[in-house]
Design a protein around this ligand. Structure first.
Ligand SMILES: [Zn+2]
Length: 51
């Protein structure tokens, strides 16, 4: 056998970056799922049940 046919079927490990605000691993160029932080200017408001 020469080259493996299914050599490209493996899933690539998802690379994550740590949220600079809360430290949770998040996808790059995605808002943090924990605190909603994206950049220093853009951040989502996470609805909390504290009120
Ligand atoms: Zn975060």
């Amino acid at each position: 056998m020469t080259r493996k046919r299914r050599s490209h079927h493996a899933l690539r490990p998802v690379n994550t970056t740590a949220c600079p605000k809360c430290g949770t691993a998040r996808l790059p160029h995605r808002a943090c799922a924990n605190c909603g932080y994206y950049t220093s200017k853009v951040s989502l408001k996470i609805e909390t049940e504290e009120s």
